[in-house]
Design a protein around this ligand. Structure first.
Ligand code: GDP
Ligand code: K
Ligand code: MG
Length: 301
């Protein structure tokens, strides 16, 4: 990777939409089977990577929006916040709808509650293979009345119609940036990111309200050690204040130990291997002000 390559673009994209509109089918088409299988593993992590598409001149990283793929689209206040924060942090939102169904209450709800962000939103009208072109114009109209979409793109995720054009338009919206993932590693396992999210999740869960969601986890090292048949993971938990560091470490290191124990358990099942997990805690003031944390943390290699 050429770090001085000024024309390379990279960014984060969230796909939202009601169940069965075709989100998974789209990702499958774009990224391929492997990642889709990966994304079906049960994980409750925030900002889980669903797939990464590495092109010659851009890398598109699709990020899950937790909560909104649940069967019920009524989210609790908390999940709503989580979802909204994700949508704020990404570079682009794809709002996918079913061309056959048109605007409905589910869509209205998403527009009202979730799309209240500055991030550009594309309306992706999927399953156009199932409708007549005249109907498409009506569907588009019904949505454009409701929201100011940056683009409106009709596609068929199943048959592949217009997918290339959509990818081109996505690319145009991506900021200049590095290739976060090496092209080969990515197509298989965005493991590091998931590992960092697993640790983050345990830390947040165990400390409850005391630690804000600004906590970040950087994977310093993730190394297979075939001779010991285990993976050595070294990670740093980053907080913003000394007091938070104290909470994370806990009495006689008890909290950090518990975070490590629970995270290790999950990482072992993710990697299918024994794991030696080494956890460190570091204070870094205002790290959130440094670009978005999606970029600064978790993706470091
Ligand atoms: P998700 O819940 O949004 O992830 O939706 P899925 O990707 O699971 O798709 C739901 C159903 O719609 C599946 O049976 C897909 O095969 C079907 N589907 C998805 N995209 C298309 C499309 O472009 N055309 C047609 N005809 N069916 C589609
Ligand atoms: K589904
Ligand atoms: Mg799906």
């Amino acid at each position: 990777q050429d770090l001085n390559n000024k024309s390379y673009k990279s960014g984060f994209i969230s796909i939202i939409g009601r169940p069965n509109v075709g989100k998974s089918t789209f990702l499958n088409k774009v990224i391929g089977q492997k990642i889709a299988i990966m994304s079906d593993k049960p994980q409750t992590t925030r900002n889980k990577v669903q797939g990464v598409l590495t092109l010659d001149d851009a890398q598109l990283i699709f990020i899950d929006t937790p909560g909104i793929h649940k069967p019920k689209h009524r989210l609790g206040d908390f999940m709503m916040k989580v979802a909204q924060n994700t949508l704020k942090e990404v570079d682009l939102v794809l709002f996918m709808v079913n061309a056959q169904e048109g605007f409905g209450r589910g869509e209205e709800y998403i527009i009202e509650k979730l799309l209240n962000v500055k991030t550009p939103v594309f309306l992706v009208i999927n399953k156009i293979d199932l409708i007549h072109p005249d109907q498409l114009m009506k569907v588009i109209g019904s949505y454009q009345d409701k929201f100011d979409f940056a683009e409106v793109v009709p596609i068929s995720a199943l048959e592949g119609n217009n997918i290339d054009r959509l990818l081109q338009q996505i690319k145009e919206r991506m900021p200049q940036g590095p290739q976060f993932y090496p092209a080969d590693q990515v197509t298989d396992h965005p493991e590091r990111f998931i590992v960092s999210e697993l640790i983050r999740e345990k830390a947040l869960h165990l400390t409850r309200e005391e630690i804000p969601h600004s906590l970040a986890v950087v994977i310093e090292k993730m190394e297979r050690q075939p001779e010991k048949q285990m993976v050595h993971v070294m990670a740093t938990i980053i907080v913003e204040r000394d007091s938070q560091k104290g909470i994370i470490i806990g009495k006689q290191g008890g909290m950090l130990k518990e975070i490590g124990k629970r995270a290790r358990h999950d990482i072992e099942s993710l990697l299918g291997s024994k794991v030696f997990l080494e956890l460190w805690v570091k204070v870094q003031k205002d790290w959130r002000n440094k670009a978005t944390h999606l970029r600064d943390f978790g993706f470091r290699d």
